[in-house]
Design a protein around this ligand. Sequence first.
Ligand SMILES: Cc1ncc(COP(=O)(O)O)c(C=O)c1O
Length: 396
Amino acid sequence: MTRPVQFPDLDWPLMRNNITRADLDAVIEFLRRDDPILTQSREVEAFEREWSQWLGVKHSVFVNSGSSANELTMLALREKFGGGEVIVPPLCWISDIASVLFAGFTPVFADINPRTLGLDSADVIRKLTPRTRAVFITHILGYNALDDALLDACRTRGIPLIEDVCESHGATFRGRKLGTWGWASNFSFYYAHHLSTIEGGMICTDDRELYELCRLGRSHGMVRESRDDALKERYVREHADLNPAFIFAFPAHNMRSTEINAVMGRSQLPRLDANNLLRTRNLERFLARLDPRKFRTDFATEGSSNYAFTLILREPDEALRDRCMAVMSRCRVEFRRGTSGGGNQLRQPYLRRLLGDHYRQFPQTDHVHFFGFYIGNYPDLDPAKIDVLVDLLNAL
Ligand SMILES: Cc1ncc(COP(=O)(O)O)c(C=O)c1O
């Protein structure tokens, strides 16, 4: 008689304890003040300043989500450069593509590089045309997606590069932080990410004009939100029939966050780097032990900063994939199939109805869609649990 296999209870969620007691106490302390301002005010400004300093950019604009950051960046791109095409990856979050569509651009898809899971530079370069208004790259699950070929191609053609760094806070390329290379960069502070303001996002740039567009765009397109006196005076002069407090330069939403979210971000920022070092140590342990004959272990990890482990089968083996899912479920290891955003966005109904069976043309993305997972990686994840899980996976 064979004995039933005993599965350990690893109790391993996608994310844990990135918001700590200290962060909650910081919020309580703030609320204890006499008559605190709760809507966007000094705490938001201070968080923007401190984030800019941490990242190494001139300007940051705090918004209510990473998706709002994406949307606002695309709105600003459209305001500044007009319509056309934006190159995007099929492996990303829906708002990387929805924002392109909302702003009236045509999304043009390139496949991914299996070692970075980000856009394949050669495929992007092949798809650049005179109508390309931007390359909108997503750094997936902490891996850097930039290389010199892509940066050179954008620079020499004068095409703005926009970085979605929502999943890669603190990751670097050539020792310099992701989010400092593009014309704009977007971050998300959703709970599952490296730093969490519960919900929240940031747009970062060195371009003063983009900064002003984002400040206006965050608040209904309202001109009084600008920090540029000359710009404000010009609008007031050219629209003498309007109350200067209510001049709306272009149609936009309200994407503001609150002081409470900013207090939480400010409380966490000082420990972000230390947390990321622990995450990197965990990822290295995970990949070093994983069996390279069954799973991909050759990711471009230099400079990476991963809040998740990538578990991607080497071959398209459905039986092995199903065994992986069964083991993780039994051990209570939470996972997401398809990795970021659920895999190939082109397979989703919102793109199928626009682009039909275009999804078939992205084999690297499709492999991750069907044979890839991500698993949580947080600072206090017990390394012993990593070893137990990897041994179980390797034995499948
Ligand atoms: C790559 C990427 N971009 C954008 C977002 C959207 O961020 P948010 O959830 O804050 O809207 C996410 C989501 O989690 C993401 O993973």
